[in-house]
Design a binder for this molecule. Structure first.
Ligand SMILES: [Zn+2]
Length: 89
């Protein structure tokens, strides 16, 4: 998607915008995982999240290009375990 070609239908009709689906237009606020109602201090990350949409088939992809935001997510979000019975995607 981020190369201008839709990975689903192959059309070259991809449009992109950053933070277009968040409440702020200048950044997307990301939080560490926590239970609702838990009180405490959580340090948020203000990052750039790009949305790519194919205007032919409607498929959407979210992508982060900022290395600092990717590093923050790597340090703060929960790792998804690899499942052996899943085919490589
Ligand atoms: Zn498409």
């Amino acid at each position: 998607m981020h190369n201008g070609i839709c990975h689903r239908c192959g059309a070259a009709t991809v449009r992109a915008a950053a933070n277009s689906l968040s409440s702020q237009s200048t950044h997307t606020t990301m939080w560490p995982p926590h239970q609702p109602g838990v009180r405490g201090i959580f340090k948020a990350n203000l990052g750039q999240v790009w949305q790519y949409v194919c205007t032919t088939c409607g498929v959407m992809e979210w992508r982060i290009h900022d290395p600092a935001t990717i590093a923050w997510i790597n340090a703060n979000w929960v790792a998804v375990p690899v499942q052996q019975d899943q085919p490589p995607g």
